[in-house]
Design a protein around this ligand. Structure first.
Ligand SMILES: [Zn+2]
Length: 457
């Protein structure tokens, strides 16, 4: 028997929205029924016309702790996540010190996270040339998969891999059944473009954009499709920026290759034509491209070539953004957005005739599948965690520093008018965010991938 019911006229399930009730007992969902079928005996919380979506899952976030907690940490990242409607984060292995490239580093991260989390989390491990022998140990220690870079990652303690390293690693990765996430840009096209821009004005966004041409992504993705085909290993392209790669990705998917793709709210919301010179808050890699490219990414998302949307939330201290100089070459690349992503996405999606069902698929179910936590997260269904976000899709509001909640109140979205606002977030049945406040204790915990006994690896 359910202990309580959460109802609204717009409960978002895979494939449909309806006037339903989510029945919750303890930390789990025990049923989803028509709103009128809720027994009188149980306590009902009715959210009226606000939508109830599954708690979002962010499969691409840089928490940076331990080691760079002054950039971002578990306490601030999970607080911002709760405010953004996220109930599960999967942390990237770099920018923290040590980088998550060994079982010892994973232990250090677990220690750092203890008692500090407002939402649940899990870890990706790094794949670097120096740790190919740790793959099996990291997999059995509970990481969800591995992340690597084909280009310099912007910090020195995490090294990039090349084709040869990947060929050596893929057979071992295949045995784990876990996905390899790849930053898909090759250095060749970037280096030769940058060389021609030595004398250019790096305050201009156009200079930065030229320095990271589509070609760098296209060549990397072609290589990854080849390696995916040869190895049969699950490969995931993180933060796709160029729409020009959609044709070969469509073809690879049609051929049945186990390749998946993500893009980010900034590629779907912003465009290069609207980025002012010197506006280094917009710097990320790969770069934000043209308006036409943005529309083609939306098409790729609607068609299912792009499987999911993750934030690539990657904050830094204000000085690193070089805002006074406005120098795109010197500024840190990374856009924090975990507290705003749902509103950013809904603002754009609702203009393009997409529904909250699509949003839940892109931002909850898709990322949960990638991380292998779909038995517990990402949908409103019996047996899953009672993770929910109450979202007012009609709210119109303007972003202020008080809405950000992460470590430093920096954002290219300050002052933007958005549609749709998170009202409340529930983690395993309990409220962790309510209109600007964070009730309750730090209940978030790690979900080590190896605890999912039903997973087929
Ligand atoms: Zn990233």
């Amino acid at each position: 028997m359910a202990a309580q019911a959460f109802t609204s006229s717009r409960v978002v399930l895979p494939g449909k929205i309806g006037a339903l009730a989510v029945l919750v007992e303890g930390q789990r969902i025990v049923g989803v029924v028509p709103r009128n079928d809720v027994p009188d005996s149980i306590q009902v919380t009715d959210f009226g016309d606000s939508a109830i979506l599954p708690g979002l899952v962010d499969s691409h976030i840089h928490i940076n702790e331990p080691g760079r907690t002054e950039w971002e940490g578990f306490r601030t990242a999970t607080r911002a996540a709760a405010a953004g409607g996220y109930t599960m984060l999967v942390d990237m292995p770099l920018n923290c010190v040590p980088a998550t490239t060994s079982p010892e580093a994973l232990e250090a991260k677990r220690k750092a996270a203890l008692g500090q989390c407002r939402v649940d989390w899990a870890a990706w491990a790094g794949l670097v040339p120096e740790n190919l022998e740790h793959i099996a140990a990291l997999a059995s220690a509970g990481v969800c998969g591995f992340k690597c870079f084909l280009v310099h990652p912007g910090i020195d303690e995490f090294t990039m891999v090349n084709e040869e390293h990947l060929r050596a690693a893929l057979p071992n990765l295949k045995k784990t059944g876990l996905p390899l996430l790849v930053h898909a840009e090759l250095p060749g096209p970037i280096d030769s473009a940058t060389e021609k821009l030595m004398q250019a004005d790096w305050r201009m966004y156009a200079t930065y954009l030229k320095s990271r041409p589509d070609e760098a992504e296209l060549r990397a993705i072609d290589l990854l499709i080849r390696l995916c085909e040869e190895s049969g290993c699950r490969i995931h392209i993180v933060h796709l920026s160029t729409s020009k790669a959609l044709a070969s990705l469509r073809d690879a998917k049609h051929r049945g290759l186990p390749i998946t793709v993500e893009t980010c709210p900034h590629y779907l919301h912003l465009c290069s034509e609207e980025i002012s010179n010197g506006a280094t808050l917009h710097k990320c890699a790969p770069p934000i491209r043209s308006r036409e490219n943005r529309e083609a990414l939306w098409q790729g998302l609607r068609e299912g070539i792009i499987d999911l949307v993750a934030t690539d939330h990657s904050p830094c201290p204000p000085a690193m953004k070089q805002m006074e100089r406005g120098d795109f070459r010197a500024a840190w690349g990374g856009i924090p957005s975990v507290s705003l992503a749902l509103s950013l996405m809904w603002t754009e999606a609702s203009r393009r005739d997409c529904s909250l069902v699509d949003i839940a698929r892109w931002m909850a179910e898709g990322p949960a599948k990638l991380a292998g936590v779909e038995e517990r997260k990402g949908r409103l269904a019996t047996g899953l965690d009672a993770d929910m976000v109450v979202f007012d899709p009609e709210a119109e509001w303007t972003v202020t520093p008080a809405d950000l909640h992460y470590r430093h109140a920096l954002s290219p979205y300050l002052g933007k008018r958005l549609t749709g606002k998170v009202v409340m977030t529930f983690l395993r049945g309990e409220c962790v965010y309510r209109q600007g406040s964070f009730p309750g204790e730090f209940r978030g915990r790690e979900y080590p991938h190896n605890t999912f006994s039903t997973h087929k690896n």
